[in-house]
Design a protein around this ligand. Sequence first.
Ligand code: AMP
Length: 450
Amino acid sequence: MRELREKCAVVGVFGVKNAAKYAYLGLYAMQHRGQEATGISVSNGERIATIKKHGLVSMAYDDRMLERAQGSIAIGHNRYSTAGEHTMMDAQPIFARYALGEMAIAHNGNFPTYMKIRKKLIDKGAIFSSSMDTENLIHLVAQSNKTSLRLRILDALGQVEGAYSLLFLSQKELFAARDPHGFRPLSIAKVDGGYMVASETCAFDLAEAEFVRDIEPGEMVVFQEGREPESIHFAKSIPKQCIFEHIYFARPDSFLFGESVYEVRKELGRLLWEEDPIKADMVIPVPDSSIPHAIGYSQASGLPFELGIIRNHYVGRTFIEPTQRIRDLKVKRKLSPIRSLIDGKRLVIVDDSIVRGTTSKKIVSLLKRYGAKEVHMRIASPAIGFPCYYGIDTPHQNELISHSKSTEEIRDYLAADSLCFLSVAALKKAVHSHGDYCLSCFDGRYFHKR
Ligand code: AMP
């Protein structure tokens, strides 16, 4: 069975006319969290209808489609998966009919031990139509003997382990739950007399919704007509929020786990300078994700900030290409240095992370070929030595360059003049509630039974 590593976006809308349109806006703003497939389920109080499409949100839906999707409750999902077949079966929301009616589920996260549960369900006669870990939940809810959907969801959540920000839609209700560690984000906002729930607050900005609060780890919020949202704390909260959301994954205009992503990134850049200052002529980010980090570095160091590497926005993702050869080629097509700017110069290149080392190696060699005198790589996160089981797409451990090589060996492999990773201590310092973050990709400390 192929590996499932998903980092996705979820959005929920409750109590507004034409909820699907709001879900669409939310998904549009959160396109960066998944580009492979997108889907919206909408309930008109009687029936749930679901649209699912491959590709980008802007291409998947049109006005007529959204107009026809009538109903005041909706959930939506953008999917990002890595390897394997990209079938529609693996797109979300997942819809099902069961003893109490209809439901649809959208999930951001990962259940690392889902195969154990799936085997038990199959032994009991369950049939699966996708390879998604999320499908387990449908069966756990359907097979529960509790008398209401809310109790069945709680029953199901008590049997799974891992990372989830989950939305359940029934004909009349919306349920939004975050796992007890709160690995993945999930926030609530008010909009046009109703509510919106989303992975990132940038979704609220586009829909002109007003941020209310984050859903807490171990909390489920129930939205029902004619009542205030009801909060249920179903498990003890032991926060282990994903620090990588701040480093790379979230959009810089989002407010995540109580802080501005942009400000955290600038702080990472500032600390990177503090930890290992170096003489150079300019600071250049690896676009686009490292721009805020490089601004922080530039402001702290006083070195001029330059956009010395230009990104071609029409090249697809380089990160998940199946072979190293294609990844190498794509990095070159995607990133192009400005020759006249860098010729003969000493450069500090700021990137947010090194995973396999593909991007950094290509960049150093391009910059040297274009005449750079010195290239100093500065990485605004610690060395990633361990895979993520909680929804961030990282390859197998043996593909992680920092798993098998020391910093000096990586510098040598990259052919850089110097290389520095941010320390774990500095990373913790950059976020306020530092005890509450998961650092497993850096320290290998996991939070599920293995
Ligand atoms: P690599 O080239 O494999 O070392 O990957 C590092 C580059 O990919 C950096 O420029 C990051 O901005 C970006 N990156 C890091 N993590 C991820 C991820 N989970 N998905 C996509 N890109 C990533």
